[in-house]
Design a protein around this ligand. Structure first.
Ligand SMILES: [Zn+2]
Length: 442
């Protein structure tokens, strides 16, 4: 299958971003075969042509911290008000996830995956919880990912909060799905070992999980110091701070994702830096839960790889990018801070993280040989659009425009703003039925 994306403005991103006007991009099967000036590609025979005039051609966006399972919380009014982070968990998330069935997990993923396609997000690193329907939950979510044509890295969030039996099931679900992924090597699916957070994982469970993680050579995806209470409880119960605890358990490393990383001290930041662990910031979620702000500037100074996630607040990575920038400026009380750090998190941090798991796929960059994960966005630039001005356009211009076409693994998932593989109305009708049953349990 050959698809020609004809005559648009190609923004390559990658290590050295290039803005190439009047260029075309040739896809062969699941890879990018060639990027060249339009007139040099005129005579190529292809199966399909997509006209990209008036459009910017970019790599698909990557979301490095997401929770599919939260999709059915939208509009849930039967929730008591929460006055701190623990109450947010008790009143909403832990109440919701305990009620999820396997079918709910599937439809939750469908809801989010459809939104991802519409916003040009082609790779998602998810963190799942459904403590009373654990076994097979990751396979259910994986089936939605396959159906929607996206890429996802899945894990189950291990926790002791529902007792030992459920914790053991959490370990088993992670291990089973990691093994399955290692055997299948499906280019759309990857796995990590998920952990909720230090404050809900006891020492015995941590030990058991660590053994499995090391046996399987898996990466760890964990919430880290999202709220100060994670530190307080970890110090009280284990006599050590959160990152130190992970370090002692030998769970830090370049395959580790520490989500949030808000309440960290100097020593912990150095442990993260030295172990080359990744931090993923989620600014909108942090503002919504009023837990604090990650010190992105300090992390960037230490050369820590920082990615940008959404913690399920949105699948629109440009919305999250803008939020990251505003909150950093406000926190530092400096209107010229954070521009490079936040855009780096989206463009470079997320690319680095994705390519740890999808080695040699070249995700997050348009170049010959890379995976054909591509978005076309409407954009008639009112001011010069060059490598030098691109980041300003991304934040203030492109973020306000529409994604027109989304392609992943060389498959067109949305064209002219219409989904090609999924009947959205039908899926949402089914999701509403599942959701009504779920809400009845509240
Ligand atoms: Zn999260």
């Amino acid at each position: 299958m050959k698809i020609l994306i004809k005559n648009g403005t190609v923004v390559t991103l990658g290590q050295k971003n290039r803005v190439l006007k009047n260029h075309s991009l040739l896809i062969e099967d699941d890879k990018i075969a060639k990027i060249a000036p339009t007139n040099s590609m005129d005579n190529i025979e292809v199966d399909k042509t997509i006209i990209a005039h008036g459009k910017v051609i970019m790599p698909g966006f990557i979301n490095t911290h997401m929770h599919y399972y939260s999709s059915m919380a939208r509009g849930l009014y039967k929730v008591a008000p929460s006055y701190n982070f623990q109450e947010v968990l008790d009143n909403l998330w832990w109440k919701l996830d305990r009620k999820l069935s396997l079918e709910d997990s599937y439809y939750s993923a469908m809801i989010a995956n459809i939104s991802a396609i519409k916003h040009g997000t082609t790779t998602i690193i998810d963190h799942h919880a459904s403590p009373f329907a654990i076994r097979g939950s990751l396979a259910k979510i994986a089936s939605s990912v396959k159906e929607c044509g996206l890429r996802a890295n899945l894990c189950y969030e291990l926790s002791d909060r529902d007792g030992e039996k459920i914790a053991l099931e959490g370990i088993e679900e992670n291990a089973a799905f990691i093994r399955q992924c290692q055997t299948d090597n499906d280019p759309q699916l990857r796995a990590m070992f998920g952990m909720h957070a230090s404050f809900t994982i006891g020492q015995e469970t941590l030990k058991k999980a660590t053994k499995v993680i090391h046996q399987l050579g898996a990466g760890v995806h964990i919430h880290c110091a999202e709220d100060l209470s994670d530190q307080i409880r970890t110090v009280k119960e284990h006599g050590t701070r959160v990152v130190e605890r992970l370090f002692k358990a030998e769970l830090l490393g370049e395959k580790t994702i520490l989500a949030h990383g808000i309440h960290l001290n100097e020593h912990e930041l150095h442990l993260i830096m030295e172990s080359r662990s990744n931090v993923v910031i989620n600014p909108q979620s942090n503002m919504n839960n009023a837990v604090g702000v990650t010190n992105l500037i300090k992390m960037s100074e230490l050369d820590i790889n920082v990615g940008l996630g959404t913690d399920a607040m949105t699948l629109n990575m440009l919305e999250e990018l803008r939020s990251a920038l505003w909150i950093n400026k406000l926190t530092q009380k400096n209107p010229s801070i954070g521009f490079m750090e936040t855009t780096n998190a989206l463009i470079h941090g997320n690319r680095n993280i994705a390519n740890i798991f999808w080695k040699e796929f070249g995700l997050g960059e348009l170049k010959a040989g890379a995976a054909a994960d591509i978005v076309l966005m409407d954009y008639h630039s009112p001011t010069p659009f060059t490598e030098d001005s691109f980041l300003g356009h991304l934040i203030f211009g492109l973020s306000q425009e529409w994604v027109d076409t989304t392609i992943a693994s060389g498959k067109v998932l949305m064209e002219n703003k219409k989904l090609t593989m999924i009947d959205e109305e039908q899926v949402m009708a089914k999701a509403q039925e599942a959701c009504a049953r779920l809400w009845d349990k509240f």
